[in-house]
Design a protein around this ligand. Structure first.
Ligand code: C5P
Length: 395
């Protein structure tokens, strides 16, 4: 996120889409932004200032002449405070008022008094949107550099179809933060760490994964503005800032957590070292050392990455291939067999790959390949995120 973008003033005008502004405020706060909300009196018929107070952590304002609020932060101060102003929903009446420089309520006054870039997300009946009066105002505002997000086409609250729906909150966030990261506003899920497959109440089968690469990737995506969900096996690592973390132990728990949070994810990074097999039986009591040879029967675990990639509306998928030999051949085979979009392959064994700070990767996708040379996992993760952004942009 750029230094210049920390404080957002959200304006809410009267329209049924006002309920979506709650989600907009929630997403902005989640991105670490300081948010203040101003409602027009008409907006308060649809949503309450209290909802916005709860979501933003600051009292929402409505009245221009409110002594208590003015004493805390005067309206001119508030206008100066904002790095960006976004009005969502923006009604036809509101567009008309700011197009003509009215200052007849707090929000219109702030828009007139602020030098911050102004974004508007109109929402209204499609006939109102297409009316020449509204279109003249839109033209005038665009000419002044006001940024329009939407409106979009589709079913409307009034039961009609047409252009007039408010853009989805996530799209508004993306536009607001445009240039604030390669993955600004995008939803990314990362799996990381090992899984533990229990044998009995005290023992399990696991692997050497430390989770470092997955955590470094989650952090790199978050720094590029993504909304990151990290599903992690047992690791001894701190959660990167701004990342939502879900802890699991077994492969099946990881699969369930992934699928529960999957709807709406645009990118899936399978970095976890998921155990391919689990003991067929989990003994309820500790296994006693009464035999010379103990035979274990193992059952295949679900392949989470392949299952995600096979979904009808699958996100863009990146998988890892940790190989001891035939790196290239195995990576290409996995790309094909698992139906993933990209594979990052690394050599393991001989001190490479697991439980180490540094690594190297060879990345394959349908249109090409690239070697990311031996370096620290943090910078390797940043390079991989950049490479992914350019591959996605080429598609
Ligand atoms: O087939 P292999 O285990 O080598 O594939 C590794 C890739 O597949 C990694 O991206 C890993 O996260 C993912 N994987 C998975 N579920 C499994 C096994 C592997 O998601 N059960």
């Amino acid at each position: 996120m750029s230094e210049s973008m920390k404080r957002v003033l959200v304006g809410v005008t009267g329209g049924i889409a006002a309920y979506k502004s709650c989600e907009l405020v929630r997403l902005l706060v989640k991105r670490g932004l300081d948010v203040r909300v101003v409602l027009t009196p008409a907006a308060t018929r649809f949503v309450t200032p209290l909802s916005f107070q709860a979501l933003s952590g600051h009292p929402a304002r409505v009245e221009l002449f409110d002594e208590a609020h003015e004493a805390a932060m005067g309206h001119i101060e508030l206008a100066r405070w904002a790095d960006r102003v976004v009005v969502a929903p923006a009604s036809a009446d509101f567009l008309a008022r700011i197009a003509h420089g009215h200052a007849d309520d707090l929000l219109a006054t702030l828009c007139l008094a602020s030098e911050a870039p102004l974004f508007v997300a109109p929402a209204m009946n499609h006939r109102m949107w297409l009316h020449p009066a509204t279109q003249d105002n839109v033209e005038r505002l665009r000419g002044r550099g006001v940024d329009f997000v939407g409106p979009e086409e589709g079913g409307q609250a009034c039961g009609e179809e047409g252009v007039g729906r408010m853009a989805e909150p996530r799209r508004i966030v993306e536009r607001l933060l445009d240039g604030d990261g390669l993955f600004a506003g995008r939803r990314v899920m990362v799996t990381a760490g090992p899984t533990r497959e229990p044998l009995d109440p005290v023992r399990y089968i696991s692997n050497r994964s430390s989770g470092r690469m997955g955590f470094a990737l989650a952090e790199a995506f978050a720094r590029e503005g993504a909304e990151v969900t990290l599903v992690s096996g047992p690791v001894a690592l701190a959660t990167p800032a701004g990342v939502r973390r879900i802890d699991v132990e077994t492969a099946r728990q990881m699969r369930d957590a992934v699928f529960q949070a999957l709807p709406g994810q645009e990118f899936f990074i399978g970095c976890a070292a998921v155990a391919d097999y689990r003991p067929e039986r989990e003994e309820r009591r500790k296994i006693k050392k009464s035999f010379d040879i103990l035979e274990l029967k193992m059952r295949r675990n679900p392949d989470i990455l392949a299952e995600v990639a096979a979904q009808p509306a699958a996100p863009f998928t990146l998988g890892f291939a940790a190989e001891t030999e035939d790196l290239r051949q195995n990576a290409l085979r996995k790309l094909e067999e698992k139906g993933v979009d990209m594979i990052a392959a690394n050599r393991v064994g001989d001190g490479m790959g697991f439980e180490v700070e540094r690594n190297e990767l060879e990345v394959f996708w349908k249109g090409g390949r690239e070697r990311l040379p031996y370096q620290g996992k943090d910078s390797l993760a940043r390079r991989l995120v950049q490479l992914m952004a350019s591959v996605v942009a080429e598609e």
